[in-house]
Write a protein that binds this ligand. Structure first.
Ligand SMILES: [Zn+2]
Length: 360
């Protein structure tokens, strides 16, 4: 099969569905990486360039706040909205310069955070008016802790708004275990960690007539990295959902759903590969890239310890200046390089490395 050709820039609307369809056909997925500012965004863009693949760049609510500045007042999600928009504009500009296609997304949004997405949709409407395309490719609404009917009803209301902007919705059915960025599901009942195919069918029936959506389904996946053996991944659950929707609705497509794998960090490679066969098009990665950024920074600090004790004076002489070692760019670059390398590995694990023709 010929490699899919893609232009640099943010992928939106039907072009995004084409990318997902291609991923399912060749059996690959794209890494979706959480970013918190220009350092992590640029590290992600560089990784996409090296892997010759589109990448998904996403802001969590906390990531948006951090990009705005932690000391800013976040009343009515003001800082989260502004920080997410500023990050998105950085991506729009730099994706062209790096020559890579990007899917711009926002991560988990529970009911109490909906004013954040409301603000982003409003910003998205303005952007759409000016440019004829949405600011973000997609948003995620995560009401997986609520009753299924409430989850689907609210998701449908949001999808109606997103569809008008050529955007895609990600919803969650079943709960991702573990804890991440204020989303704490460590105490959730075990049965909820495995999505029921009946629930997926119900969501499919409600959302399909409205617009484009992806489903984060739970098959034992967790946020964070834990001791091996603590997590029991059962990717066959994803297959059951695909099969049920196909059979019950008489579809010809083998994998009618675009599925999302949350909590990809620390997952067993064989289970990741199995999930790819069942129509996973996106795998979230955060904890592993956080570690990949922080570890080289620690190594830099350790290696240069004696040069970082004061502005003047080091093993080469007590009047020698340390300006070059102190410059934050030195250790930020080390972190960026570590994150890029880990993401290239993720592309490889997800079989999307060198799977696209970016004309680079
Ligand atoms: Zn997640």
């Amino acid at each position: 099969m010929a490699k899919m050709k893609l232009k640099p820039g943010v992928i939106t609307g039907n072009a995004l569905q084409d990318v997902f369809a291609y991923c399912k056909e060749v059996g690959c997925a794209l890494p979706a990486v959480n970013v918190i500012g220009s350092s992590s965004i640029n590290a992600a863009l560089q990784a996409a360039r090296e892997a010759s693949s589109p990448i998904m760049i996403q802001f969590s609510n906390g990531g948006g706040v951090f990009n705005a500045g932690k000391y800013l007042d976040n009343t009515n999600q003001r800082a989260a909205i502004a920080g997410s928009v500023a990050g998105a504009l950085h991506v729009w500009k730099m994706a062209e310069v790096y020559g890579v296609p990007v899917i711009l997304h926002t991560d988990h949004c529970a009911r109490k955070l909906l004013p954040w997405i409301d603000g982003l949709i409003e910003e998205g409407r303005q952007y759409y008016k000016q440019h004829g395309v949405p600011l973000f490719s997609s948003h995620m609404i995560d009401l997986s802790e609520e009753e299924l009917d409430d989850n689907i009803k609210t998701s449908a209301e949001y999808l109606e708004q997103l569809a008008k902007l050529d955007m895609t919705l990600e919803l969650e059915l079943g709960v991702t275990g573990g804890e991440e960025d204020g989303v704490d599901n460590t105490q959730v009942d075990n049965a909820k960690l495995y999505t029921q195919p009946e629930d997926v069918l119900k969501a499919y029936d409600a959302l399909k007539p409205i617009g484009k959506f992806t489903v984060a389904a739970s098959f034992g996946n967790t946020h964070g990295v834990y001791k091996p053996g603590n997590v029991k991944l059962r990717p066959e659950i994803l297959k059951h959902s695909q099969d049920m929707v196909r059979k019950e609705r008489g579809l010809s497509e083998e994998k009618p759903l675009d599925l999302v794998f949350h909590g990809g960090s620390g997952s067993e490679l064989a289970k990741i590969h199995e999930a790819l066969q069942y129509g996973v098009v996106k795998m979230n990665i955060d904890t592993d890239t956080q570690w990949a950024f922080t570890r080289p920074v620690r190594e830099y600090m350790d290696a240069n310890h004696d040069y970082l004790m004061a502005q003047i004076g080091n093993p080469e002489g007590e009047d020698k200046p340390n300006k070059k070692k102190i410059d934050p760019r030195q250790w930020l670059v080390a972190g960026e390089k570590g994150m890029t390398a880990r993401l290239v590995e993720a592309f490889d694990n997800l079989k999307s490395k060198d799977q696209f023709d970016l004309g680079l």
